[in-house]
Design a protein around this ligand. Structure first.
Ligand code: TYD
Ligand code: MG
Length: 458
């Protein structure tokens, strides 16, 4: 029987199916299967044809311990970026920088390429999205036109690889991987097959030549373009650039890093001159003047080794008929639902049919369970219309039982809050009573938090 030459490839997860269906069986995405030509059947190694010669190499085992130095790094010239990369970008590595369109990926990487060029690193910037003149215009606006970066506008992978071989750069920026196109596949540019094949070729180029390859990848919410998620396992490191379009703050978050920590963030401000490192990253998500208002609480968060303070604001609407609205910005809706249920069951605090709005200021997104207590504080304060004392910070995980669970890195959170002028902290029980002059209240149950409000402002 003839081998099939096409397969239905899920544009979300990359799984190949022999038949079309409305839903990918591997990842559950709807309407994501697209027919693609395949050079060889998907799913790994081909069985050797009968009669064909097979070659068996020898595998040599190595000990765990190695005298080899760690892979050499290239500083990107942007300390905030180096920090997230784990001390500069590793040579021979391929990294993916993903993010929503328009968030600032091209800006950041052009700035990095220019800074490296200035420092004497041979940097190449290849764009498949913009014309040379557009990139030059941006370089002019950013004030980096005088850096010896080599630019190209090209999408054909074969031509790109040829040019790269000749130029022998140390750092290559590909903006974006979704625009590349390899003639070894018939699939359209941007399809999973193309994105994967092109990324594979470039990764191989990095390993072979010692260059560092930075791939830019767009993430689209509706999954129209093949998600860079299919590349995550292929590259050495994955970073996501995030932020709210309306705010000037941008966070570069590491989600995978074979050469460094994965929980570091870089914090930038988008301004007239492109992206600059935020001046006081721990304080920039605070909403402004610290006033005694109900419905607000400050969360003392940790992002990797960096403490960050962010304000959570909540509003409880009047009792209404129909389904109550739960609207959340910067936190998880499932977590809010859980929290409201715990309030109801363990504290008798009923949100019932009232709308609840919860928002984290400055475009910050709470990812830590430690954010529970701050969200709880804001919600309870909004419902009861009683404020917490001025200058208070909160952190702790709320369990379904209503218990406040301890969280890690208590001291750095409190120290940073104290440095920024906060005077009181509500934290899981077991903490020291004062830290850097700050009064620390240990809470063991969610009811303890409600009790604080009970005695609050009367
Ligand atoms: P861009 O880097 O093109 O985003 P991406 O590559 O992720 O799609 O950034 C686009 C936005 O950034 C655009 O809306 C304009 C804004 N911007 C500034 O605010 N200041 C600047 O100096 C530059 C270059 C862009
Ligand atoms: Mg771009």
């Amino acid at each position: 029987m003839a081998k099939p030459t096409t397969a239905y490839v899920c544009q979300s997860c990359g799984a190949a199916h022999a038949k079309w269906s409305g839903r990918c069986e591997a990842c559950g995405a709807w309407n994501s299967l697209v027919e693609e030509s395949i050079a060889s059947p998907p799913g790994g190694l081909e069985a050797p044809k009968s009669g064909a010669k097979t070659r068996t190499g020898t595998v040599e085992f190595a000990p765990l311990d190695s005298a080899d130095p760690p892979p050499p790094r290239i500083s990107t010239g942007i300390p905030e970026l180096d920090r997230v990369f784990g001390g500069g970008i590793a040579r021979s590595s391929a990294v993916l920088v993903g993010g929503d369109p328009g968030i600032g990926k091209s800006t950041l990487l052009l700035q990095a390429a220019a800074a490296m060029g200035k420092a004497g690193v041979k940097a190449v910037y290849i764009s498949g999205e913009e014309a040379i003149s557009q990139i030059q215009g941006r370089a002019r606006r950013l004030g980096v036109s005088n850096s010896p970066v080599q630019l190209a506008a090209e999408t054909d992978l074969r031509s790109i690889l040829k040019a790269l071989k000749a130029a022998a750069p140390e750092v290559i920026v590909i903006d974006s991987v979704q625009t590349l196109w390899s003639d070894s596949l018939e699939a359209a540019p941007g399809s999973v097959g193309q994105v994967r094949a092109c990324a594979q070729e470039l990764t191989r180029f990095a390993k072979k030549t010692g260059a560092a390859v930075i791939l830019v990848g767009h993430v689209t919410k509706d999954g129209q373009i093949a998600g860079p998620r299919v590349l995550e396992h292929m590259v050495d490191a994955v970073f996501y650039f995030e932020g709210e379009r309306g705010h000037q703050f941008r966070i570069l978050r590491s989600v995978k890093n074979r050469f460094g920590p994965t929980d570091e963030i870089g914090v930038f401000e988008m301004g007239e001159l492109g992206l600059t490192a935020a001046r006081d990253p721990s304080a920039m998500f605070l909403a402004g003047a610290d006033t005694e208002t109900s419905g607000r609480a400050v969360f003392a968060a940790m992002e990797g080794s960096r403490p960050v303070l962010a304000e959570v604001q909540a509003l409880a609407g009047p009792e209404a008929a129909g389904n109550p609205r739960r609207s959340i910005v910067g936190w998880d809706s499932a977590r809010l639902a859980m929290l409201l249920a715990v309030f109801d069951a363990r504290c008798g605090l009923r949100f019932g049919m009232r709308d609840v709005y919860l928002s984290v200021s400055g475009g910050y997104r709470i990812t830590e369970p430690a954010g529970d207590l701050a969200a709880a504080a804001a919600a309870a304060s909004a419902l009861l219309d009683r404020p917490f004392p001025k200058g208070a910070v909160f952190f702790g995980e709320v369990a379904l039982s209503g218990a406040i669970r301890p969280v890690g890195r208590l001291e750095p959170r409190l120290r940073e809050a104290a440095r920024l002028g906060f005077t009181t902290a509500f934290v899981p029980a077991g903490a020291p009573e004062t830290v850097d002059g700050m009064t620390v209240h240990g809470l063991s149950r969610l009811q303890d938090l409600v009790d604080v409000l009970g005695g609050g402002s009367e």
